[in-house]
Design a protein around this ligand. Sequence first.
Ligand code: ZN
Length: 283
Amino acid sequence: MTELNEDDIFSVDSGTLEAIWKEQSEICDSISNHGDYGAFEKYLEEENLKTEFENSFNAKNRIVCIDEGTPDGVHVAGSGILYILDEEKDTYDWDDFNKGLETAAEITRQADKLYGIDEITYHDYCGAAGIAFGKMNPSIKSHFNDSDDFGKYFSEKLAEILGKKAIHIPLERPEDKHYAQCVIYDTTGHYNAQGNEGIPQGLIISRKYLTEEQALNETEVALDIATGPHGPGVDKIRLIIIGNPYDNNLDDMKNELSIILPKYADSVIVDGIMAPEGNRAYI
Ligand SMILES: [Zn+2]
């Protein structure tokens, strides 16, 4: 596993990116060699990686973005900033900001109750903050230097409401390029592949703490990124559902996701695997 320097704002130079991209590409190609749905499980068996997979459910107790450059935590796009845009409008004002903040707070409370959350993070070059900032009323925009400044403010306000800390974390990829070739639909809310050799990283949706509608919206954001011009540049993105053995929910999740998939035609492969039962119940 390639080590990254966590002190930098974005800690990945082009050589390191190339190495990570190649590593992820080899993992995803090996999984694809085992077919479509169910391939990840077969890959783990054949490559003897079941222990590494079992060790991939130890995410930190913090809210991070869905971006693969912000691993290790409970994932919500821009720490919830897109919920400012819940209603269809041309531009958004402080009322919308506060409503979005309250929705993000509800999601975080849910994650806090079920898992425990200590920190709300924010990061530079956040696409979600960029989308929300772009739609804010000009009088609001004028208060901020740029979209990252706006994203920081949102996370600080969210942390304030919840009595948590807001912290800046480095983006572990270059500004304009994603390396992940998987999107992970995680119904355990614990998934973190970082540091586990052979286990795919990805843009991650922490389905466990979201409503169906919220989770599908976030998945569309992730798939739009992964299949778009800043994506990894591969023909197919693997959408891996991590099922919760205590809910037996793989089929339900597969059905749920089928609503948004027609938009991506042949560019997305759906896969599914049950999380290990282990010591930690994903309750
Ligand atoms: Zn982000």
